[in-house]
Design a protein around this ligand. Structure first.
Ligand SMILES: Nc1ncnc2c1ncn2[C@@H]1O[C@H](COP(=O)(O)OP(=O)(O)O)[C@@H](O)[C@H]1O
Ligand SMILES: [Mg+2]
Length: 268
C-alpha cells in the first residue's frame, strides 16, 4: 500500500507535469511506456543495479511511486562542475553499468507505437537493449562528485548502444556550438571528450565509426519528432518548442556536420 502525504512539487525537468515528492518517494504520472518502465525498474532491482529508482507501486491517484534518490542534480543555469571531466567519465561508466544490467531484460514486444510523425526514414539501426535515451544533466543524480543514478525513464525504449552513446555525448561532450551552450559548457575540447566518453563506456570500434553519421541522422529526425510532439501532446513539449528547441536542433545540425570528422578521428 502506497501511502498519501504532503506533496512537494519537483521542478527542473522539462516535461512531466504533476511530478511530486512525498516523503522519500517520487510520484510520476505514467508515461508513454509506463508498463515497460515498471517491468524495467523491477528487473534492475532484481539484478542488484543501484543506479535507478526503485519501483514501489501505484498510488491511489494512479501514479508510479518510485524511491527518491538523494544527491546532487544539475539544473539551469548549469553549475560550474557540469564540465568536470571526472564527472563526465562517471556518467559514461554509469550508463555502461546500466546497459550491462538491462541487457538480460531483452527487447519487450507489444510496446505501444512511438509518438512520432509518419514517414521518418529508416535509421537502419537495430535495437540491442532498452536504452535510457534521455541522459540529460537533470536526469543524473550525483553523489560525492560521481554519477550515482539515472532517473526519469520516460524516454526508455529499445535502441542500439551507439544510439545511447549519441545521447550521452549530446549532453556530456556536449554537442553544439559554444554560443548555443550554457556558459559553464563553453570552450571544451569536444573531440577529446568524445574519445574519453567512448573509452570510459567501452564503445566498440564499429560503433565509433558510425557514431557521427548516426548523430546527424538522429538530430535531423529530432526536429521532426519534437515538432510533432509539440503539436500533438502540447504541455512541456509545446513549451520547449516555443522556447526555440527547433532552432537549437538546426544550429546543432550545422555544428555536427562541421565537427563530425574531427570527432570520428579522435575516437578511432
Ligand atoms: N527518483 C528521483 N530521485 C531524486 N530526484 C528526482 C527523482 N525523480 C525526479 N527527481 C527530481 O525531479 C526533477 C524532474 O524529474 P524528471 O523525472 O526528470 O522529470 P521530467 O520528465 O520533467 O524531466 C529531476 O531533475 C530531479 O531533480
Ligand atoms: Mg527529466
Amino acid at each position: 500500500m502506497i501511502e498519501d502525504g504532503e506533496e512537494i512539487p519537483l521542478l527542473g525537468g522539462d516535461v512531466t507535469e504533476g511530478l511530486v515528492r512525498v516523503g522519500d518517494t517520487v510520484r510520476r504520472p505514467p508515461g508513454e511506456r509506463a508498463e515497460m518502465v515498471q517491468d524495467l525498474l523491477l528487473h534492475l532491482e532484481k539484478a542488484g543495479f543501484e543506479g535507478a529508482p526503485r519501483f514501489l507501486g501505484i498510488d491511489s491517484a494512479g501514479r508510479h511511486a518510485l524511491s527518491y534518490i538523494e544527491g546532487e542534480v544539475a539544473g539551469r543555469p548549469r553549475p560550474p562542475w557540469i564540465a568536470d571531466e571526472e564527472r563526465m567519465l562517471s556518467v559514461a561508466r554509469l550508463l555502461r553499468a546500466y546497459h550491462d544490467a538491462v541487457e538480460p531484460f531483452g527487447i519487450p514486444d507489444n510496446l505501444p507505437a512511438p509518438i512520432e510523425p509518419a514517414g521518418l526514414p529508416d535509421l537502419n539501426d537495430p535495437p540491442e537493449l532498452v536504452g535510457h535515451q534521455d541522459v540529460t544533466p537533470e536526469n543524473v543524480v550525483f553523489r560525492d562528485g560521481r554519477a550515482y543514478a539515472l532517473i526519469d525513464f520516460d524516454m526508455a525504449r529499445p535502441v542500439s548502444r551507439a544510439r545511447e552513446a549519441v545521447n550521452l555525448m549530446l549532453w556530456w561532450a556536449p554537442f553544439g556550438a559554444d554560443d548555443d551552450l550554457d556558459p559553464a559548457l563553453r570552450g571544451l575540447d569536444r573531440p577529446r571528450r568524445c574519445r574519453q566518453i567512448a573509452d570510459a563506456y567501452g564503445l566498440a570500434e564499429a560503433d565509433r565509426r558510425r557514431l557521427m553519421g548516426l548523430s546527424i541522422s538522429l538530430n535531423e529526425r529530432a526536429w521532426h519528432t519534437m515538432k510533432y510532439r509539440a503539436d500533438t501532446l502540447g504541455g512541456g513539449w509545446q513549451r520547449m518548442w516555443s522556447e526555440g528547441v527547433g532552432d537549437d536542433i538546426k544550429h546543432r545540425q550545422v555544428w555536427l556536420e562541421a565537427n563530425a570528422d574531427a570527432i570520428t578521428d579522435a575516437m578511432l
